[in-house]
Design a protein around this ligand. Structure first.
Ligand code: CU
Length: 688
């Protein structure tokens, strides 16, 4: 797999070209541009804090000596927006001049007084509740701002600009249609008059892209496709004479970073489609599961680094890239890092995409049916999660990372949800550590094959956590000089799927937990210094800001569908002068996979997606007599099914909204079932 290095454009040439092209004309919003280029202080003006995505605040009024006094300054409920089991609240609030802007999983945005929590304006997206192309929970990962506007992407494929003063829509540009399989979940990035937006749909056979829009008008300036057309860079990593690349997925799940001196924009690209079937897409399949650098003004390709060649494990690069400066062997270097679903942090030189510490191509197990890559990149250093699956009862095959599979299920760890999935990874220049959230979960992988149809799910197989298998997490400080673990906490719950943390010059790391706790850790030692129960799933990445000389820490607490945390619609803000006390804890997330809750006797009617919990069977557990006919009804907004975990035994087939199907259970025994497109939905029927 040498082809990826061969494809890198000679750096000096590229950078030479860039310095000629990036002569600035005038800045459309000099103040925001200056804040985006500066260290994070009073205001938090973009999702990652500034253009680096470091999430490192220079504020230190709250620090290791006084953090124990921290209490709630205010808590505001966002009027039920994004409140429900189908939603995740993953956005970092933005703050500018004492006003906070926040967006919920329903793409509704709110402006609040950042001192008091009073709601100043509301934007209700009105997105179609029937959108059926949401992959992984209804989620919006945040906002951007510039030129008096707040920018957001929507699950329906629109990028929207709102007037910062009123919340009125200034413009709305469809960058794609949801019924073609697309959606936007990433926070956009604003810089120098341009709004950059990623797009999702890696599970729906889309062609991923980065879209650059004119911030003033919403006009599309350019698109850069993450899947190459004929003759384009990377096209030789797809089978010649086929159009598999045109539906090869490669979503952009998260906010880019930008280096204004180099004139480059950087982002992470997600998995290949179909996710679990590589049989028809021989080759490395660029730019799936890669980090990419483009000319920020023109969208021209500059370099890439592929984390997983010919991905068949859903190992998206999904966490935001982080830019940092370091010194290696006495030489100042410009770094870029990203925490992968593989469990490794990939550390590169951001001028050219070459490994900064070392990444080795090593031979890996092969399966010719899957056209597996001969070698895979192994970063030097430590992984933050286990990379081998333990054997479980009922499964004959268990393997380590990059273990291939075909039609017989194989247990593999990390699963396709990480490692580190969408959760960001902060970096502190004080400690030199990256703070890496991880999910520990085993999946059983199997290839089934899929036919491509526009706008429908196209994944070619399954991965699901076996019933009763353990699920947990890790929170790890990785030394940026060595890529080795400085300290690590085992966490009771999965935190790589959309949680996050933030680090400060006060020597603190703030991070939420899916069980509602909000924690402050010593950034150097990892020691826990403070915890506070918010009463809702506290997953979202927090932010730090200052109003009238007082430092605040904010976190959106709305739960996370992927991490199984309790849902909510609140924003919590803390300060040393705060007076609010903790709330009663919400139900904690599951720590084993499978259906939970009481067993309902004799229930012969099972509702899917009822009570505003889209991805659910209700009741999830029931006991019936042999010979009972059970009716499954889809009461959700999107298509679901109920399918026996024992392959081929029984299925309802796809049920549209409102549709019912009956299944008769004649033989006694224990039945587990799930929804095929949403394998995290489980049910259990005990037949007596
Ligand atoms: Cu479903």
């Amino acid at each position: 797999m040498r082809s990826c290095t061969r494809l890198i454009v000679p750096t000096l040439l590229a950078l030479g070209l860039l310095s000629l092209k990036s002569v600035p004309t005038f800045a459309a919003d000099p103040e925001i541009d200056r804040l985006l280029r500066s260290s994070i202080a009073k205001d938090w003006v973009t999702n990652g804090g500034n253009l680096t995505n470091q999430r490192y605040s220079t504020l230190s009024q709250i620090n290791t000596t006084n953090v124990k006094q921290l209490k709630g300054a205010w808590m505001t409920r966002l009027k039920g927006s994004g409140l429900g089991g189908k939603y995740s609240f993953e956005a970092s609030p933005l703050v500018k001049d004492g006003i906070m802007y926040v967006v919920t999983g329903n793409d509704d945005a709110f402006a609040l007084n950042a001192r008091t929590g009073e709601i100043l304006w509301e934007y209700w997206s009105g997105i179609d509740q029937k959108i059926s192309t949401v992959c992984c929970g209804w989620v919006n990962r945040g906002l951007a701002m510039g030129e008096g506007l707040v920018f957001l992407g929507q699950l329906d494929g629109n990028v929207v600009a709102l007037d910062m003063k009123t919340g009125n829509v200034a413009w709305k540009t469809p960058i794609e249609k949801w019924d073609n399989g697309y959606g936007v979940t990433s926070a956009p990035l604003y810089y120098d008059g341009i709004v950059y937006s990623g797009i999702t749909g890696g599970e729906f056979g889309v062609r991923g892209r980065l879209t650059a829009l004119d911030a003033r008008t919403g006009a599309i300036l350019w698109r850069w496709y993450t899947l190459p057309g004929a003759e384009e860079v990377g096209s030789n990593t797809w089978p010649a004479g086929t159009d598999h690349a045109m539906r090869g997925g490669a979503s952009i799940w998260n906010t880019p970073a930008l280096d204004p001196d180099l004139g480059l924009i950087y982002f992470a690209v997600g998995n290949c489609g179909p996710d679990y079937d590589g049989s028809m897409r021989e080759g490395d399949n660029l730019f799936c599961t890669s980090l990419v650098a483009l000319n920020a003004k023109t969208g021209e390709y500059v370099w890439h680094f592929q984390q997983v060649h010919h991905d068949i494990w859903d190992y998206d690069a999904a966490s935001p890239v982080v830019l940092f400066d370091t010194v290696i062997n006495g030489e100042p270097r410009k770094g870029i890092a990203e925490a992968g679903r593989t469990g490794w942090v990939y550390i590169l030189d951001r001028t050219n995409g070459k490994p900064l510490i070392g990444i080795e191509e090593r031979p890996v197990p092969q399966d010719p049916r899957q056209k597996t890559a001969k070698t895979q990149p192994y970063p030097i250093g430590d992984a933050t999660v286990p990379q081998c699956a333990e054997k479980l009862p009922g499964f004959d095959n268990a393997g380590c990372i990059f273990e291939p599979f075909w039609e017989t299920p194989v247990l593999i760890q990390p699963s396709g949800v990480g490692g580190t999935n969408w959760s960001p990874m902060p970096f502190s220049p004080d400690t030199g550590y990256f703070y890496v959230p991880g999910t520990v979960r085993t999946s059983t992988f199997a290839r089934t094959g899929d036919k491509y149809e526009r706008g429908l799910r196209y994944v070619g197989g399954t991965q699901a956590a076996p019933i009763e298998s353990p699920m947990s997490g890790t929170f790890t400080a990785i030394d940026s000089n060595t890529n080795k673990i400085a300290w690590q906490h085992k966490t009771p719950y999965r935190i790589g799927g959309g949680g996050g943390s933030t680090v400060t010059a006060g020597g603190l790391v703030f991070r939420g937990e899916p069980d509602g706790n909000f924690l402050a850790l010593d950034a150097k030692s990892g020691q826990e210094l403070w915890r506070f129960q918010t009463g809702f799933g506290a997953d979202a990445p927090p932010v730090v800001y200052e109003v009238d000389g007082e430092q605040f820490v904010a976190i959106a607490t709305g739960g996370n569908q992927i991490q199984g945390s309790a849902y909510g619609d609140a924003v919590w803000v803390f300060s040393l002068k705060g007076r609010l006390s903790p709330l009663w804890p919400p139900p904690p997330p599951q720590t084993v996979a499978g259906p939970v809750g009481p067993i309902i006797e004799g229930a012969n009617s099972i509702k899917i997606g009822g009570n505003n919990v889209e991805y659910s069977f209700g009741p999830p557990r029931t006991r019936i007599k042999a010979g009972t006919t059970v009716t499954f009804t889809n009461g959700g907004d999107i298509p679901h099914d109920a399918t026996s975990l024992k392959q081929g035994e029984w299925t309802t087939g796809t049920l549209a909204k409102g549709e019912s199907k009956t299944v008769t259970f004649s033989k006694p025994g224990l039945q587990y079932y799930m929804c095929t497109p949403h394998p995290w939905m489980y049910g259990q029927i005990i037949v007596e």
